[in-house]
Every structure is written in structure tokens, then in C-alpha cells.
Design a protein around this ligand. Structure first.
Ligand code: GAP
Length: 596
């Protein structure tokens, strides 16, 4: 990201209360940010819009799980073994760096994360890379794997080892048996969660873009891959900007523009489900105000994929010249459920009934234990189990006088008549399957940063420079600023009454009676408030107010009685200012402040 853009945004974010580094009175700790009043409101609106699209409109269920989980969860999930980044430390100043980022920042290599540690060490030597903090050479420094999870102990004493969850997803997977019950064991079903995740990032950077505590919004969709497909007709014609693996590998190759239908038909996107969610996400990003000319979906290179993912695409937004991942869409297969089943010993399957019951032959044994017991003593049980497995695998083995089985300590011959071998006809009405998982996973902070960066604008209004955020009305922390021209002659009382009525209707309102009107408009423009209402002397004569729109700065005169409905519709996307402005008197100038 260009330094000047990121500096301007960081300055605005802190000064106007979007986000600021935490704990600064004690020197702070890198990678932790506090959302101020504007940022917290924007984040809440973003989460509500995500919930509306990915939980409510998709018919999914939301849960809220604990953020600290016992060690066993992460042994099973693979995070203890593989959730690492490459660390290189400067011997001179002690600064820690992500070795793959150093390579990416200083060479043409774009996916250094996929490289082996030895190759990374070699590249550091070859390119004579130095410590970004102090300039000392890193050529002789070892690169090591650094696990990103925050460890803690649960309870007093030596306690039980636990970890802050590095993704909200695990809180869903571990409860799968119960969640499947709630879904009446009917696939497909989806479970969502919005909440904090923690990663002890080696080098946090770029404000809320890479932090150690952040909010994820994740959907885990559980499917039967043989039976459940998405309703692609809903998104078939949505145009996507895609950056597939082949294009990333070709020097100078650009993105491809394709509809979801085309991308599925020509195999650009391998999974129908992933394609479906890219289509849904595209519409959602447009809705919340991402600039779609600064947005793309990029396919993960094979070495870049997480340990659980078989295909993965990232949503990326362009921020000051860099592409930043803001969401991931992964086909996780049955990796997570199988691992938790294996490690916990619990059932992580769903019974899937066949359309028609199936009648099949099944070979079974019923060994004569009164023979096996005395004959083979402590081996009898093992031999009985081996006979059962053999019957399932190889019926022909039971055709002779004796049956040969192998157990751990050798081979044994059993008279066939003592095995109780038989072939039965069985009718099966269905089977137990381990569902597969499709996972759209969004970073809330990175999306929020994108909205602010893409909405940021500077222009000149009435001869003065202004900074504004053209946030979508649904996202803006405040929907409307209400101002009396002056706080006298009853104008202030009327403006406070109107502000109260709008708040009563559920709108977020900023009341401001200080400074001249132009300055009050600019204060609201800078935090992205899309509308301002001014109560002036004419309001007292005919119960109208001026209504100003932020981006165009156009103003219309509207009856006070219309205000609540208009503003509610604007915020909810039912109507836009442009659609209604023709129906009202348009003003050529801002209301003049008598004090000016
Ligand atoms: N459950 C899948 C998962 O966690 P991920 O790609 O590691 O996938 C998903 O994370 C999203 O979380 C990312 O696309 C990004 O937006 C956000 N994210 C990940 N690490 C982050 C960090 N250190 N700071 C801020 N956001 C982060």
C-alpha cells in the first residue's frame, strides 16, 4: 500500500474514531487495535450485512462458541503441527520478520509461503536481504517454523493446556454431532459464526490488515458431495473477475472476466459450491460498497493452500497498489470431520437414506468360540475379528475345508465349519457418510479497512477542500446529521425533536449545533454520514427541512413528515436520493448561516 495512502487513512481513522492502536498509554503491543465509536458502528453494520446475506438469506444457523479451546482440538485439526509461518530473526537488533514476506517484498516471487525453508534461506543469501528495521545482513540467520497459536493454561496449577482459537471454524466442527441433530440430520446444512480469532503474527502490519486479534465471519456448509449441489441458477450470470493459477504463472497475464456459469462449465472453478459462493460474495461486496474495479478473486497456488483445503480462492482488494486477501473460499472436503472423529472417537457422520432401499448379499461369520477359545486361548478374539474382515473382503477364502487368517503374530488355519460362514440377503435403506465442508471465511477488519480505503475521497466544495467517505448508507456509522441553523429562536428545540423522532425510528443520528453549517457538513462528510438535515427559519413557516446528500452535495427541501420514511428507505436500499430528488424542490445553495 502506498505510504501516503496508508498514512492518511491511519490519521483519519485515529482522529475520527474508526480504529487506533490499543494500549498506547503503556507503550502498546503491536497487532492490537481498538475500534472507536465510528469504527465499532461500521463494523457492526458490516457484520449485520454479512449475517443477513450468509446466515439469514441462505437459511443457515448461527452459533457462538468459546474462543479458548483445549489442546486436543488443535492436535486433531492439525493446527499444532502445521499452523506455522517462517520466522527469521535479526541477530543485530532482535527484530522478527516473516521470511516469506521479505522474499516477496524484495524479489519477483509472489508465493514464497509455498517454498521450503532451505530455499527461503538460500534466497535470503542470494538476494543479500537485510533486516528492514536496522539494515543488518540476514544471510547467515536461520529460518524456522513459528506456530501462530497463542497458548494458555486452563484453570489453576499446571492446568490443562489450551489455545486461543486461530479460526472460528473449529468451534463449529467440534460441535458437529450436536449441530447435525439440530439440523435433523438433513444435508446440506450450514452453520455460521462471527467472532474473534487470534494469531500470534510474526510481524503485524498495515493497521487492522494484519493483527493478532481480529474478527472472522465464517460459514461452514456441510454437504453430501454425491448428492448436494448448489442452485447455480441464482448466480449463473454474475460476472466475476478471476485470477486463476495459469494466469498467475504466465508473465504479464491478466485477469479473466467470466460469469459463474462460464467459469463452472470450462472448469476454471473446480467446485460448483465454491463458484456459487463466489457469485453470492460478489453481490455482497457490491452491496457493502467495495469498489469492484479494485477487487478480484485469486486462486490459491498449490503450495499456498491451507493444510485442510483441496481448492481455494481468495477475495482480494486493491489497497494503494497492493492486493490484500480479505476472504477465503475453500473446499475443505471431509478433512475436519474425519480428523475430529478419529481423535475423539465420536461419530461424525450423517445417515443418508437411499431413494430406494437396496438389497444386497452380505457375507458374515459367527465363529464357534467353544472351539476357538480352547484351541487358540488369548488369540481367539483376534482370530474371530480377522475372520469377520476376511468374510467381507474375500468370500472365496471360505470355499475350502479350512480358512487361513493372518493376525499380528502369524498365520492360522481354521476349519471352515467352525467359522459359521454364511451369505445373507440384506436390505439397506441408506448409509452413514462423513459430510464434506465448503467454507467461505471473511476477515471483518480487512473488509472494513477496504470500505474506508475505497470510500476515501478528496474534492473541493464551495471553494474549500474537503475529505469525505462515500460509504454505502447501509454501512455508514451515522445515517443522518441533524443541525439547527442556529441554536436559537426555537430552531435548536425543533432540530432536537426531529433527531429524537429519527432515533425512535431506529436511525443513527448525529445532532450538531456547533460551528457554521459548512463545517458541520464537512465533519459528517469525513466520517461518511450520507445525509444531513438542516432546520432553518423556513422550517418554522412550512414544516420543511433541507436534506443534503454527501457525495453530490445536492440539497432538496422536504416536508418534515416525509423524513423518517425517506431516510429509512435510503439506509435500507429501498430507494436512493437520486430516485427521489426530482420530486422535491432543489436548492442551489446551502442554507446561509446568519452568523456568517
Ligand atoms: N477458517 C479459514 C481461515 O481461517 P484464513 O484465510 O486463514 O482462513 C480467513 O482466514 C480470513 O481472516 C482472511 O481472508 C483474512 O481476511 C482474515 N485474517 C486472517 N489472518 C488475519 C490477521 N492476522 N489479521 C486480520 N485478518 C486476518
Amino acid at each position: 500500500m502506498s505510504n501516503s495512502e496508508s498514512r492518511k487513512l491511519a490519521e483519519l481513522a485515529k482522529r475520527r474514531g474508526f480504529f487506533l492502536p490499543s494500549n498506547e498509554i503503556y507503550g502498546g503491543a503491536a497487532g492490537f487495535y481498538t475500534y472507536g465509536p465510528e469504527g465499532a458502528a461500521l463494523k457492526r453494520h458490516l457484520e449485520d450485512a454479512w449475517r443477513d446475506r450468509f446466515t439469514v438469506k441462505e437459511g443457515n444457523q448461527e452459533i457462538e462458541a468459546p474462543t479458548i479451546m483445549p489442546e486436543a482440538v488443535f492436535e486433531a485439526s492439525g493446527h499444532l503441527d502445521t499452523f506455522d509461518d517462517m520466522l527469521v530473526e535479526c541477530a543485530e537488533c532482535g527484530a522478527s520478520h516473516r521470511a516469506d514476506h521479505l522474499i516477496e517484498d524484495n524479489t519477483k516471487i509472489e508465493d514464497a509461503e509455498a517454498l521450503e525453508i532451505t530455499d527461503v534461506e538460500e534466497l535470503i543469501r542470494e538476494h543479500e536481504l537485510v533486516c528492514p528495521a536496522c539494515g543488518a545482513a540476514l544471510a547467515d540467520e536461520p529460518v524456522s517454523d513459528f506456530n501462530l497459536m497463542f497458548e494458555t493454561t486452563i484453570g489453576p496449577g499446571s492446568g490443562q493446556s489450551g489455545y486461543m482459537r486461530p479460526e472460528t471454524a473449529q468451534g463449529i466442527f467440534v460441535e458437529f454431532p450436536q449441530l447435525a441433530e439440530y439440523a435433523r440430520n438433513q444435508l446440506p446444512f450450514g452453520v455460521t459464526q462471527i467472532g474473534p480469532a487470534y494469531r500470534n503474527e510474526i510481524s503485524p502490519r498495515r493497521g487492522v490488515i494484519r493483527v493478532r486479534e481480529f474478527t472472522q465471519a465464517e460459514l461452514e456448509l456441510f454437504i453430501n458431495p454425491e448428492r448436494n449441489g448448489p442452485d447455480l441458477s441464482q448466480v449463473a450470470d454474475v460476472e466475476l473477475t478471476l485470477y486463476p493459477i495459469e494466469n498467475q504463472r504466465e508473465e504479464g497475464s491478466e485477469y479473466v472476466e467470466k460469469t459463474v456459469r462460464e467459469a463452472v462449465e470450462d472448469g476454471t472453478i473446480a467446485s460448483d459450491w465454491v463458484a456459487y459462493y463466489l457469485g453470492i460474495a460478489q453481490g455482497w461486496y457490491e452491496r457493502v460498497g467495495v469498489d469492484m474495479d479494485r477487487f478480484r478473486f485469486r486462486q490459491h497456488l498449490p503450495g499456498e493452500r491451507a493444510h485442510y483445503a483441496s481448492d481455494c480462492w481468495d477475495a482480494e482488494s486493491e489497497l494503494g497498489g497492493d492486493w490484500v486477501e480479505i476472504a477465503g473460499f475453500a473446499y475443505r472436503g471431509d478433512y475436519d470431520l474425519s480428523k475430529h472423529a478419529e481423535y475423539s472417537g465420536q461419530e461424525f457422520t450423517v445417515f443418508e437414506p437411499y431413494d430406494e432401499p437396496i438389497t444386497a448379499e452380505r457375507a458374515t461369520v459367527d465363529p464357534d468360540m467353544s472351539y476357538l477359545g480352547p484351541e487358540f486361548a488369548s488369540k481367539a478374539g483376534e482370530i474371530a475379528d480377522a475372520l469377520e474382515t476376511l468374510a467381507e473382503r474375500d468370500r472365496a477364502a471360505f470355499e475350502g475345508e479350512t480358512v487361513a487368517v493372518e493376525i499380528e503374530d502369524g498365520a492360522y488355519e481354521i476349519p471352515t465349519e467352525k467359522t459359521g460362514f454364511s451369505v445373507e440377503e440384506v436390505t439397506e435403506s441408506g448409509e452413514h457418510i462423513t459430510p464434506h465442508v465448503i467454507e467461505p471465511s471473511f476477515g471483518v477488519g480487512r473488509t472494513l479497512y477496504t470500505l474506508v480505503a475505497h470510500a476515501y475521497g478528496e474534492d473541493e466544495v464551495e471553494g474549500e477542500e474537503r475529505t469525505y467517505l462515500s460509504l454505502a448508507p447501509e454501512m455508514a456509522p451515522t445515517t443522518v446529521g441533524v443541525f439547527p441553523l442556529m441554536d436559537r429562536d426555537g430552531l435548536g428545540d425543533r432540530a432536537r425533536e426531529i433527531a429524537g423522532e429519527l432515533r425512535e425510528a431506529g436511525l443513527e443520528v448525529a445532532y450538531d449545533d456547533s460551528g457554521n453549517i459548512g463545517r458541520r457538513y464537512r465533519r459528517q462528510d469525513e466520517v461518511g454520514t450520507p445525509f444531513c438535515v438542516t432546520v432553518d427559519y423556513e422550517s418554522q413557516e412550512n414544516e420543511t427541512v433541507t436534506l443534503r446528500e454527501r457525495d453530490s452535495t445536492a440539497q432538496i427541501r422536504v416536508p418534515t413528515a416525509d423524513l423518517t420514511e425517506l431516510l429509512t428507505d435510503f439506509r435500507n436500499g429501498v430507494r436512493s436520493f437520486d430516485e427521489v430528488r426530482g420530486g422535491y424542490e432543489e436548492l442551489s445553495e446551502s442554507p446561509a448561516n446568519p452568523a456568517e
